[in-house]
Design a protein around this ligand. Structure first.
Ligand SMILES: Cc1ncc(COP(=O)(O)O)c(C=O)c1O
Length: 370
């Protein structure tokens, strides 16, 4: 009981600072919060196409019954992995039930004792959690500061690993992937790129768009955001795939995804190929937001993640309440999820947000912070 009482005190403290996390259901609101940038998770035509897959073979819908290494593997998953490998022009792809487990797998299995892992200071939590499972030394470089990264690479011991996101999840800025790849090559470091917020928005992801596949050791693509589904894949060499299958415990000790999910992953690429206008419309909406908002509170990023920093947490919380009352769902991100002093609205732009909604939201924010 003493433990529960102590936890309750911690929770009460959190609540008194307005930082208590709760599980919301805000589906009826105007969505400026979800990661469904292309609207695929709510696209009735796409949903119908998935339904037809399931109707043709209902057994696809139920569980895979085990780890991929025991009974959870299927020809279908292997075919989807072959499809991904070909599409991305890499040797191999390996599916995961989520981006979180994909990152845990990479970071727990690859860096060895004595290696040096250098991550962007704003890298996603899943990478940090994966690092807790390895014996390498972890260093952080200042966000997007390649000079700092190079300084660290010069001091690194044994094998170096560099981990970045191609579009940063809380700041929405795009990594300088070509320079990162050159730097990694110059110092014999292995580069890992998390494409969670780029895939679907920028073609099949920025590594592919820039033709960097051969210079990136492992790329993580996820399907729970712009792709409107769930799951992830790691792209890289055959040896990398085989190593993960043998040594990555989050892969080994977890039930494989259901076949319907794997098949849906292939289907979403094909759906997007037939519906490129969704991507164009998203860019149009991003441009609309940036032209309305672009000022001292925000800078042009050209991505669907638009942070508006409001360091004064009381101001941020009051405005958040007001925005909600107007029917908009906007996510206020507070420390410790973001660094102290950088509390913000993380505004997600979607192709289905109307120009009118965007203008109203910007007006609401501007009139309250000016
Ligand atoms: C950059 C980044 N990587 C990985 C993940 C985890 O992906 P998933 O939600 O598929 O577990 C997220 C999700 O928040 C993310 O933003």
């Amino acid at each position: 009981m003493a433990t529960l009482a102590k936890w309750q005190t911690n929770l009460n403290d959190r609540a008194s600072f307005g930082l208590l996390r709760k599980l919301p259901i805000d589906k009826q609101m105007i969505d400026f919060a979800s990661n469904d940038y292309l609207g695929l998770a709510r696209n009735a035509v796409f949903q119908q196409s998935l339904l037809e897959l399931a109707m043709n073979d209902p057994a696809l819908m139920t569980g895979s019954t085990g780890s991929r290494l025991i009974t959870g593997n299927s020809l279908l998953q292997e075919r989807v992995e072959a499809f991904l490998a070909e599409r991305y022009a890499v040797e191999a792809a390996l599916l995961f039930p989520s981006g979180y487990t994909a990152n845990l797998s990479l970071l727990s299995a690859l860096p060895q004792r004595g290696d040096t892992l250098i991550v962007d200071e704003l890298i996603h939590r899943s990478v940090h959690d994966g690092c807790l499972m390895n014996q390498a030394n972890k260093w952080k470089f200042r966000h997007q500061d390649l000079n700092h990264l190079e300084e660290l690479l010069k001091r690194a011991k044994d094998q170096s690993w560099v981990v970045v996101e191609s579009v940063y999840s809380m700041d929405g800025d795009i990594a300088r992937l070509k320079e990162l790849a050159e730097l990694a090559m110059a110092y014999d470091a292995h580069l890992i790129v998390d494409e969670a917020h780029a895939v679907g928005v920028f073609g099949d992801g920025l590594v592919q768009e820039y033709g960097l596949q051969s210079q990136v050791f492992a790329t993580v693509v996820t399907y729970g955001k712009a792709m409107g589904l769930h799951g992830a894949a790691i792209l890289g060499s055959e040896t990398l795939k085989s190593y993960l299958i043998n040594y990555a415990s989050p892969f080994i000790y977890s039930t494989a995804m259901p076949d319907l999910m794997a098949l849906s992953i292939q289907a979403v690429y094909e759906f997007l190929d037939r519906n490129t206008h969704l991507r164009q419309k998203l860019q149009d909406r991003i441009a609309c937001f940036e032209s309305e908002m672009f000022d001292k509170y925000s800078k042009s990023l050209l991505t669907p993640i638009q942070p508006v920093i409001i360091a004064d947490l009381n101001k941020l919380k009051n405005l958040s309440k007001e925005i909600k009352e107007h029917g908009f769902h906007v996510y206020a991100v507070l420390p410790p999820t973001v660094p102290e002093g950088t509390g913000r609205f993380r505004i997600s732009i979607h192709q289905y947000n109307t120009q009118e909604e965007i203008k109203q939201l910007v007006q609401l924010i501007k009139s309250n912070i000016e």
